[in-house]
Design a protein around this ligand. Sequence first.
Ligand code: BGC
Length: 811
Amino acid sequence: MQYGFFDDERREYVINNPRTPWPWINYLGNEDFFGLISNTAGGYAFYKDAKFRRLTRYRYNNVPTDSGGRYFYIREGETIWNPGWKPCKTELESYECRHGMGYTTLTGVHNGVKAELLFFVPLQTHGEVHKLTLTNQGSGVKRLQIFSFLEWALWNAATDMENFQRNFSTGEVEVEGSVIYHKTEYRERRNHYAFYSVNQPIDGFDTDRESFFGLYNGFDEPQAVMEGKPRNSVAHGWSPIASHCLEIELEPGESRELIFLFGYAENDPQEKWDNGGALNKRKAQEMIARFDSVEKVDNAFAVLRTYWDQLLGNFRVKTGEEKLDRMVNIWNQYQCMITFCFSRSASYFESGIGRGMGFRDSNQDLLGFVHQIPERARERIIDIASTQFPDGSCYHQYQPLTKKGNNEIGGGFNDDPLWLILGTTAYVKETGDFAILDQSVPFDNESGTEVPLFDHLTVSFDHVINHLGPHGLPLIGRADWNDCLNLNCFSDDPNESFQTTENRSEGSQAESLMIAGLFVVSGRDYVELCNRLGKNEEAARALHHVNRMVETVKQHGWDGEWFLRAYDYNGHKIGSKENIEGQIFIESNGWCSMAGIGQEEGMTEKALDAVKERLDCEHGIVLNNPPYTRYYIEYGEISSYPPGYKENAGIFCHNNPWVIIGETVLGRGDRAWEYFRKICPSYSEAISDLHKVEPYVYAQMIAGKDAFRPGEAKNSWLTGTAAWNFYTISQYILGIRTTYDGLIIDPCIPPEWEHFHVTRKFRDSTYHITVRNPEKKMKGVKAITLNGKLLSDNMIPIQPPGSECKVEVTL
Ligand code: BGC
């Protein structure tokens, strides 16, 4: 069953049934001020950091789900309704939610009144605009009361939910004209505040939650609204909120537009107070003035839309597969930008408290968005590298507000350093900005420790060769990409976190074949970069280690039909036919195939055939098989999940592309495409009931074949799946690959594709690429012309900036 449809023209997903199987959300903002918003206006906002600067409250794990948000209550007579259906759930004559690029609209019609809401964060603005348009579609005069509603969070999302002996006393607000200010803790250590305004005089307000709702009422029955009487309450402690009340009269056919602005401002410590000793509101007033008319708001919205047109215009495809084209051209690229902004911190599955920016996550995200905003990719690389230690190890996560490594989680994930090589080389290939490699970057943000970024790559590479185990394979440390394969943890205490428990790596023999494959792939990237920089000796040294790893994998990492996954603490095999459960894993087979290890000997092909036979299912490729059916203390969290879920044989979408790229290395375009399509969300739209989460974005996990309900997805939006799938489709299936010296064109497609067309911006030029496949091939470029001239190989050299180039390719 479907709950809506794609409107590709407007780049929107249109939801026409509010009872989606799970809140279907969108993200607002792309620089500093961010919000999450559901199809019924649930959600919250924060400034830079979802933990340390939470602006409004949201209730995770609540009944009903998706409670708390930016609510507008419309009261007509005794009836109260919301344009987004919730929270009152009054039946609407029509409902529509449109999630677009950085904005969401909600339109509800009730008893001849149409209410349209537009939510967006204008560019370069630390605030959200909520534009409400009311239209009287009936034949009589309408007298309405409008109540806005936001609930303030007391800034730190974690303590906001636990330290009530303090929280219930600290809340402070101020009301001046139509602006409600939230200034809790401003008079002591904070120099920031939030505000909610409307661009016309109000007929009342509330800032105290209990006065507005009544102690025993929920979001669906605020007493002040039900009685039509704002209390003009001023919060002192307890739970501060912001609600404006406006009385509106509409003649038949008349429309009224109201502009609400929800903003955040920081004052310099010297300018905290105005001359009279009150909160200095200048910044709020300036922001309000920027959006105090419909015209100004409409202009800002048009600018936002143009901004997205440009971002998405850098890569466009036309294959004739509608569902694919809309993902590549719109939603997959959009999701890549969202993962860039949020890493894994705040979604409807991540409360924004436990996680900052992941070292490996953010590096992988780069693969997906570097072609859109290279300048910000540059800054991100520097931020990430600054959380590394001199020996190449690094913090697993850092906080976006401080950009400092997160001590609670620490480091010790031995794959982490290598992702910096992949992220950085992807950036340099895209931009040609070799100068970034000379930029001074500190270790652990300690000034005085700066070395050129290039040296960070060297210590990343060396971290692996300095931590090899008994077979000469990389030691796994706390875990590799699979955070839940905890081979040195041995936890039997449910109060311990698998992720942070001190691990027993001393004396451990736990080695990872996933890191081995990743080392070969990223190591070759490192070698290529060294060569490109004329560091030939370093290139030769590194190549030696890479080649040795290839041999080691063949010798100690091959199980006869596929690659092993790991050796455990005691040196026993994992991911081997010798095991009873967990005989084969996706990660090592994906990475070793991407690296083409043992291709001549037929290993890659065999490994991928084994993946097909044992891991593939209707909804995608599961992570391991057979799943673990009991807890193995020596494997950790992976075996704590019920079979078919998450890292225990779930379809962990993030790593399906590794197999897909492996298939393209072998030239099997049909299989690559079959796998790609299985996890591509637009292809699941018709089974939304089962799939549950948004059909326009990738989810981290789809329940696997061994699960209770195979095909049910979870953890949508913030997943490395976005970047990996974009990277895979653009660079390996469509085959337009960035290199230091130009674009390589090397498609690997299903034989039935007759042709496709890509427009790609690269280094300030635009390439219009047409690929024709008259002989129904899967791979192999037969002829290629650039502006009508035949090229000798499939590499298009960099063209002068500003060029428009025509590339014709025949397979
Ligand atoms: C984490 C990744 C990790 C993956 C697999 C995700 O939740 O963000 O860093 O690689 O899980 O465990």
